[in-house]
Design a protein around this ligand. Structure first.
Ligand SMILES: [Zn+2]
Length: 349
């Protein structure tokens, strides 16, 4: 969520190795695929090859790996052994899902690891490993179709590296002979950060911020319920939502027309349909929605259905706030919720 005007300031800080910017931003270097702290001793990249992030998690999700020289995941001048060991273990096998047993094998205490990571990076070790894994899967989506077409035409078997990093999250690779369903996934950059859009030629199935908590589970649920594999690529509905999002963020659109597919129980769908009836610029409480459904006592179930929404912005779960007027939670983070509500109030169209 860094504004373009800030890029130049950060780039200056990077070139000057300005220690005041330590922890303020991280820089992803497109040519090498690593991300660094501002004071990295390595030769500085050109401006056009830099991407700036406010935290390490965003850099990981944009598929950068931590630089070996400046070690952006360690505190300046001090590398706690436990953090070093774990970051190395993840780099050794980035596709791995971590369990308590793995910590034992590395002679690492799980709760110490959790504390140390949280204190330094604002995320637990498991969140770190997940962000790195997700970043690898998203890397292919970010790059788009070309690589994948090659993979499809030559068969997945010849490229186990691709299969491991990607299909762990996006589903088993479809064989060319099988009549499996395929969903396409695209990366969309917005002013509130990158989003992932998944859909087929009929409709959009998923739209989420890539750093959304629980995205991996959401994707897994989607591909299991639709019995699909997900591969990078573009479809009509994805193209349509990309254009509509640009208009939405410009303030020139508040009603989305891209066809969507709602995947959920009948109750969840009824909640999501209610959400789509809330006009832009207005908010409702969970209780309001429950009443509108004729089930005033089911506001907790309404809150759950709200959280299970997988079409961010289009199904406007951000327009639901607490009865007392507090903003309440949001899967994409409270800062975004606040921004979206303010934006919708202002544009008044
Ligand atoms: Zn570095």
């Amino acid at each position: 969520m860094i504004g373009v005007e800030q890029y130049e300031e950060y780039y200056r800080a990077l070139v000057e190795k300005n220690t005041e910017y330590e922890g303020v931003f991280y820089v992803g270097v497109k040519t090498t695929g690593v991300f660094c702290r501002p004071t990295c001793p390595a030769r500085k990249p050109m401006f056009k090859n830099c991407e700036f992030y406010e935290n390490a998690q965003q850099a990981l999700l944009a598929s950068f790996r931590p630089c070996q020289r400046c070690r952006p995941l360690s505190h300046p001048n001090h590398v706690p052994e436990i953090v070093r060991v774990l970051v190395e273990a993840v780099e050794h096998n980035p596709e791995k899902r971590w369990t308590g047993q793995d910590f034992k094998q590395l002679s690492v205490d799980e709760s110490t690891a959790r504390r140390q990571f949280k204190k330094r990076f604002g995320m637990t070790f498991v969140e770190y490993a997940r962000a790195r894994r997700m970043g690898l899967a998203l890397k292919n989506i970010r790059k788009g179709q070309s690589i994948i077409d090659t993979q499809l035409s030559t068969g997945y078997e010849s490229s186990s590296g691709f299969r491991d990093a990607f299909s762990r999250i996006m589903g088993a690779a479809p064989t060319l002979l099988e009549d499996g369903k395929i969903l396409r996934a695209s990366w969309i950059d917005t002013r509130l950060g990158p989003m992932i859009a998944i859909g087929d030629e009929e409709a959009l199935h998923l739209l989420e911020f890539v750093d959304r908590r629980g995205l991996e589970r959401e994707v897994e649920r989607l591909r299991k319920r639709t019995k699909s594999a997900i591969i990078p690529g573009m479809t009509g509905p994805i193209q349509s939502i990309e254009a509509e999002l640009t208009q939405y963020f410009n303030g020139s659109l508040n009603h989305f027309k891209t066809p969507i597919h709602l995947l959920g129980s009948p109750f969840q769908k009824s909640v999501w349909e209610q959400l789509m009836n809330i006009p832009a610029g207005e908010t409702r409480s969970y209780l309001d929605i429950a009443k509108a459904l004729g089930k005033p006592t089911s506001f907790r179930a309404v809150a759950q259905a709200n959280g299970a929404n997988q079409l961010a912005i289009i199904v406007p779960c951000h327009r639901v706030i607490n009865t007392n007027g507090d903003l309440g939670g949001y899967g994409g983070g409270i800062t975004r919720k606040n921004w979206l509500l303010t934006h919708e109030k202002q544009k008044n169209c």
